[in-house]
Design a protein around this ligand. Structure first.
Ligand SMILES: [Fe+2]
Ligand SMILES: [Fe+2]
Length: 277
């Protein structure tokens, strides 16, 4: 049994197989919360060296986004491809949440920071398992199709900047999930597939809190360093996120997660267009 939370994080990050990774992640989360409730000995945050890239299973094959074949979402193959893409996102999200814990362990943070990311990692683990169950119900499985190779880029780009990490991962990438998930739920509802609808509704409900954790701890660090949150957010997203943000936005869920419109709307244009000389 690893002794510190950082050791637990590294153990998850270095486990390759998806279901094994998520089972371990859920066990470590349960152990952490048992200790936090006082039902077990306290667990230190500790220090450990997370790998630059988490371990990945032999399949799926990872391709550059432009080489991942597109399928019509209205077809059975398209629906399987959609679930497969979400499973891949969830598996990366498990690693992203454990990575922020181990990567920045030398920065003193309140215990609530660790509680939030352990809870998020636990939920992503559940989400991955739900997507795998749905794929298997439709006669497929995670690994049957190629997947995007670029998902860890945001983690690499922000490996030395905790505020950049919070800005790009929960507040840009996970917030994007809030924008697109209702449309995905519709695809499966129209096809009369109840398991994916239920699974995606669980994911949709729980992802709001992941974005909210990002916003909460981003604002916390801005307060610590006496920085203007909106300005720093714009600077960091422009530095680390290699694209503009794409509307339409789910303004209601973003607001619920603590992301006001003046954080994301200015990032729909690049700086040169926004500030013409
Ligand atoms: Fe998720
Ligand atoms: Fe998430």
């Amino acid at each position: 049994m690893p002794r510190t939370l950082s050791d637990m994080a590294v153990e998850v990050l270095t486990t390759a197989e998806g279901r094994q990774k998520t089972a371990l992640s859920r066990r470590h989360a349960a152990a952490w919360f048992a200790a936090r409730r006082g039902d077990a000995a306290a667990i230190e945050i500790g220090r450990a060296d997370p790998p630059l890239h988490p371990a990945r299973p032999a399949a799926p094959q990872l391709l550059s986004p432009r080489d991942v074949p597109r399928r019509r979402p209205g077809s059975p193959a398209g629906r399987i491809a959609l679930l497969h893409a979400v499973a891949h996102i969830e598996l990366n999200a498990v690693d992203l949440h454990w990575d922020i814990i181990a990567r920045f362990a030398e920065i003193p943070m309140p215990m609530g920071f660790y509680d939030d990311w352990v809870k998020a990692a636990d939920e992503e683990s559940k989400h991955f398992n739900l997507m795998c169950d749905c794929l298997e119900e439709l006669g497929s499985h995670y690994g049957a199709l190629p997947a995007h190779a670029g998902m860890w880029r945001a983690a690499e780009d922000t490996a030395e900047d905790i505020m950049g990490r919070l800005a790009v991962v929960p507040m840009v990438l996970e917030a994007r999930g809030l924008d697109v998930t209702p449309g995905m739920i519709d695809v499966f509802r129209k096809a009369g597939l109840t398991s994916p609808v239920a699974a995606l509704e669980t994911i949709y409900a729980e992802e709001v809190s992941h974005v909210a954790y990002g916003s909460k701890w981003f604002h916390f660090l801005c307060g610590r360093h006496e920085l203007d949150p909106k300005e720093v957010f714009h600077t960091l997203v422009r530095r680390y996120f290699h694209s503009t943000l794409k509307p339409p936005f789910n303004e209601e869920k973003r607001a619920e997660a603590g992301l006001p419109p003046d954080f994301y709307w200015p990032l729909t244009e690049n700086e040169a267009d926004a500030n013409p000389a």
